[in-house]
Design a protein around this ligand. Structure first.
Ligand code: 5GP
Ligand code: ZN
Length: 113
């Protein structure tokens, strides 16, 4: 499958990886939108949030828990951080392998554009 995030997870494409385990990989976004901008992906290829199966619920929780744990490790948990998953092109999804954006290190406004 021609998926850049599968290739990053399989080390076929380079990335600055900050965490990995049997199910999840975390790496720096190539075009960071904040001082800290990590992408948290499952190793399993799931194209969009719409394609998440009921059996993927533990994996989805693992992604979210990884975001929380990393935010604490990176020292942004107290000030605040944002976790985002875009679903489909209308919401800005450009890479069709689900990923959480973990953004922090600066003040952020709400609502987003
Ligand atoms: P989306 O718009 O799909 O929610 O987010 C995709 C993100 O992936 C973007 O923030 C973009 O900068 C990042 N990205 C795209 N291609 C690459 C790549 O090859 N390597 C890394 N590390 N990030 C990428
Ligand atoms: Zn993929």
């Amino acid at each position: 499958m021609d998926c850049i995030f599968c290739k990053i997870a399989n080390k076929e494409l380079p990335a600055v990886i900050s965490y990995e385990d049997p199910d999840v990989v975390v790496f720096d976004d190539l075009h960071p939108r904040a001082p800290i901008h990590k992408l948290i992906i499952p190793r399993k290829h799931i194209s969009t949030l719409n394609d998440l199966a009921e059996s993927d619920k533990p994996l989805a929780g693992h992604l979210m828990y990884t975001a929380q744990r990393l935010a604490k490790e990176l020292g942004i948990a107290e000030d605040g951080y944002r976790v985002v998953m875009n679903c489909n092109a209308g919401a800005g999804q450009a890479v069709f392998h689900i990923h959480l954006h973990l953004l922090g290190g600066r003040a952020m406004t709400w609502p987003p554009g």
